[in-house]
Each structure stands twice: as structure tokens, then as C-alpha cells.
Ligand binder design. Structure first.
Ligand code: ARG
Length: 468
């Protein structure tokens, strides 16, 4: 008899266990529980429940007194969670059942009425959307802060010459400010993508209930309005099973991380003593435990490494979704950890990056010397000849020979005497030296999107206006 009643107690533990004959094993309980990570949704769960309960009361589906009790109870639970006094229980599976159970404990039957016309399926979809909406807003702000840091650095280096590369071979001189502004553009597109993604995040699933909608006279538009959603999800089956918005967000995040990873790769290269273009502030580097001379760019290396995580999370979510039949399946519980980790990784990375950019010190001389060693103005010599009437293909050939000659002499094109240069083309006059200098080359790219310092300055101005 004793045994029977303890068994019964165990079965009754589960909110949904009315028709179950045996309790789940400890392993199954642990395996199926999500509270270990979805507790993070608590404040959004409460926000969603308050809006749902308010609507139920306004529609006369629950009584005024129940609504007041629910408000009071959820208010207290919110406090308990904020003060870390809330006792989370794995037995109660997830954030939703933990909160509901506590509410019922605090306010009795009113707590049991909260779930009227609702299911955890539309509830969890709503919570994630609220979480993601807030995260996107934070991430847009952080991306803008990083853009601000890029602009400030670019502004200091509008006229700083560095070698521009293709194939990581010195190609043509560019302004370091111009190079940095390339990343501004990437982040600008990233913000555009986040804003677009936010529109699809900001729709209300509640009202879809388990999958088919509900027979209570609910008012979904009202709930959407209370929660600040732009509109309601239009199909109940889709509302509970859609995770496109999370996948889209992870795609945006993976792309931002990919951009930051590219920049990190450059910073790592620029910092290597063979380049010596920049120094990072010491707080972003570590030393080696065995080689005393080392200063390692750990932070950019980790950004590059963590991009593997965010790219992986995108693939994880796509894979999670790819074979799911409609409507809700428990598979979807697996959406949260990748999503949370994506938000956390991206948030930390953006934050650290903005700070890291402010600590970059540039070695102007190393950048210059590198550009000079690579015959970065060879194209300018060819363009000069073209402007004097030489066909471009011939000019290309002439310059290739001049470069070969300078290489043998071990000097830059601009170090050759006029007489030496004229061996290759009689069209070369003393005005060539204005063209062959790094600054001359840079200055000549005078059009929107070009690297002439005036153009870079103008781009920075436009960027500041865009950010404002
Ligand atoms: N913890 C679940 C999740 O994250 C909540 C929804 C559960 N719904 C259900 N029918 N078991 O998706």
C-alpha cells in the first residue's frame, strides 16, 4: 500500500502525467528537461503570461479577481527569479512549468486558469521571439558602437598609406582609413539584415495554442499590441512550428562573425613581426609560457575560432528543422542552446572588438616600406602611359620590364632616374614622379568609393550621418 502511494506521488509530479502509468526514469527526466537552459527565458515567459492573462480577463474568459491574483503572483515570481531565490526544479521540466507551478502554489486556482486557451507550444515560440527581439536590438546597438570605433580609427588614418593586397600580394597603395571603412560597409549591411530579420521575429504566435487554435473567444491582436508585436502569425500550425526567424538570425550572426573573423585574420597578420603594421593594446594579447619574446593576438584568434561556433549553430538549426513534420515537435527544444550561444558569442565579440579597435597603434613606416617593396605603383605607371597614348596591354608589358629592372637594382620604381625609366618608354617625362609616389597613386583615385584621402574623408562623413 505504502509503495503504491509513493508511486502515485511520483506520477502526480508531472503536470501532464494524468494518463501515465509509470514515472519517467531519472535519465529520461534529465534528457527531456530544458530548464537547465531555458530558465533564461523566464522574464519573457512572465511578460507573455501577463499579456495572455490580461486578454483573458478583458475577454471575460477568466474573472477580474483571477487576473489580479495572476499579476500579483507573477510579479512575486519575477522578483524571486531576479533575486535568485527561485527554486528551479528539473522535475518540472522547463521554465514554463516551473513558473506555472509556483504561480499555482502562490495564488491557487487563478494560477491553474492561466493556461486557458494556450499551450506550451505557442508559449515557448512567443518567449523565444521576445528574447530574440531584445537581443537583436542590443546587437544592433553594439554593432553601431563598433562602427563608431572603426570610424574614429579610420579618421585618424585617412592619409596613412598601406599596401592594399590581392592574393595577399602587394597590389596598390591604399589609405588605411579606406581599408577600415570596408568593414564599416560590411557591418552596415549586417545591420540591414538584422533589421529585416527583426520584422519576422516580431510576430505573435500566442493564440495558436497546441497547433489548431483555441475555442475560447480570444483576442490575438490585443495580445500582440500589449507585447509590442507588429502582427500575429497568420497560421496556427506555422505559428507553433516556425523557427525560420531563429535560423535567419543565426545566419545574420554567422555573417557578422565571418566579417569579424576576416578582420581578425588581418589584425593577426598585421601584428606578426614579419609585417609589424600595428600593435594591439596589451590587454588583448597574452605571452607564451616558454618563449619570452612572444606577444600573441589571442583575442582576434579567438574571434576567428568562435566564428566556427556561430557558423556551426546555423547549420545545427537548419538540420534541426529539415525533416520535421508539422506542427510542433520536441526537436524544437534543441533550438535554444545554439540560439543563446550565438547571441552570447556575438554580443561578447562585438563588445570586445569596439574596445580593441580603440587600442590599435599603427606603425606608419612599416606600412610604407611594405608598399614600397611590393611595387605598389606599377599600375599607376601603366595608367600614366595609357594617358599618353600607349595601349594598355603594351603599357602593362613596358611596366613589367621596368619592375624587373628595379627588382634587379633592389629599389622601388620611384627611385629610378628619369633616364633609366625612359629606356622603357620615351613617353615618360619628369611628371612621372608625382604618379610613382605612394601618395600620388592614392590621391589619383578620386571618385566615390576610391582611396583618395578626400574621398575617404567624405565616406567617413557619410558614414557618420548614417550612424546618427
Ligand atoms: N520545453 C519545450 C520547448 O522548448 C516547451 C514546449 C513543450 N511542448 C510540448 N508539447 N512538450 O520546446
Amino acid at each position: 500500500m505504502d509503495n503504491d502511494s509513493s508511486m502515485e506521488e511520483q506520477i502526480m509530479r508531472k503536470t501532464w502525467s494524468g494518463r501515465f502509468n509509470e514515472p519517467v526514469s531519472a535519465l529520461v527526466e534529465r534528457y527531456t528537461a530544458s530548464v537547465g537552459f531555458d530558465y533564461r527565458l523566464a522574464q519573457y515567459d512572465i511578460q507573455g503570461s501577463l499579456a495572455h492573462a490580461q486578454m483573458l480577463a478583458e475577454q471575460g474568459i477568466i474573472g477580474e479577481q483571477d487576473w489580479l491574483s495572476i499579476q500579483q503572483g507573477l510579479g512575486q515570481i519575477g522578483e524571486e527569479i531576479r533575486n535568485r531565490q527561485f527554486a528551479w526544479s528539473q522535475q518540472l521540466e522547463d521554465v514554463h512549468l516551473n513558473i506555472e507551478k509556483r504561480l499555482t502554489h502562490l495564488v491557487g486556482d487563478a494560477g491553474k486558469r492561466l493556461h486557458t486557451g494556450r499551450s506550451r507550444n505557442d508559449q515557448v515560440a512567443t518567449d523565444i521571439r521576445l528574447f530574440l527581439r531584445a537581443s537583436i536590438d542590443d546587437i544592433i546597438d553594439l554593432t553601431k558602437a563598433m562602427q563608431q570605433a572603426l570610424l574614429d580609427l579610420a579618421e585618424q588614418h585617412v592619409s596613412t598609406v598601406m599596401p592594399g593586397f590581392t592574393h595577399l600580394q602587394v597590389a596598390q597603395p591604399v589609405s588605411f582609413g579606406h581599408h577600415l571603412m570596408a568593414y564599416f560597409e560590411m557591418l552596415k549591411r549586417d545591420i540591414g539584415r538584422l533589421r529585416d530579420c527583426r520584422k519576422r521575429v516580431n510576430q505573435l504566435p500566442l493564440g495558436a495554442a497546441a497547433l489548431a487554435g483555441t475555442s475560447y473567444p480570444i483576442n490575438r491582436e490585443r495580445v500582440a499590441q500589449i507585447l509590442g508585436f507588429d502582427s500575429v502569425c497568420e497560421n496556427s500550425l506555422d505559428a507553433v512550428s516556425d523557427r525560420d526567424f531563429a535560423i535567419e538570425f543565426c545566419a545574420c550572426a554567422a555573417l557578422i562573425m565571418t566579417h569579424l573573423s576576416r578582420m581578425s585574420e588581418e589584425i593577426i597578420i598585421w601584428m606578426s613581426p614579419s609585417f609589424g603594421f600595428i600593435q594591439l593594446a596589451d590587454r588583448f594579447c597574452t605571452g607564451s609560457s616558454i618563449m619570452p619574446q612572444k606577444k600573441n593576438p589571442d583575442v582576434p584568434e579567438l574571434v576567428r575560432g568562435k566564428t566556427g561556433r556561430t557558423n556551426g549553430h546555423l547549420v545545427a538549426l537548419l538540420t534541426l528543422m529539415k525533416a520535421q513534420p508539422l506542427a510542433y515537435n520536441k526537436d524544437n527544444q534543441e533550438d535554444k542552446e545554439p540560439l543563446f550561444d550565438t547571441v552570447d558569442t556575438l554580443t561578447d565579440t562585438l563588445r570586445i572588438y569596439a574596445d580593441m579597435l580603440t587600442g590599435i597603434r599603427v606603425n606608419h613606416d612599416a606600412m610604407r616600406q611594405s608598399a614600397l617593396r611590393g611595387y605598389a605603383t606599377a599600375t599607376d605607371l601603366a595608367d600614366y602611359l595609357v594617358k599618353k597614348g600607349t595601349p594598355f596591354r603594351d603599357a602593362h608589358e613596358i611596366v613589367a620590364k621596368a619592375v624587373q629592372y628595379a627588382e634587379q637594382k633592389g629599389c622601388d620604381l620611384s627611385n629610378l632616374e628619369l633616364g633609366e625609366l625612359r629606356q622603357f618608354s620615351a613617353h615618360i617625362d619628369p611628371d612621372i614622379f608625382a604618379v610613382l609616389t605612394l601618395e600620388g597613386s592614392m590621391k589619383s583615385r578620386q571618385h566615390i568609393g576610391g582611396t583618395a584621402p578626400e574621398q575617404v574623408q567624405a565616406a567617413i562623413l557619410r558614414a557618420r550621418q548614417w550612424l546618427a
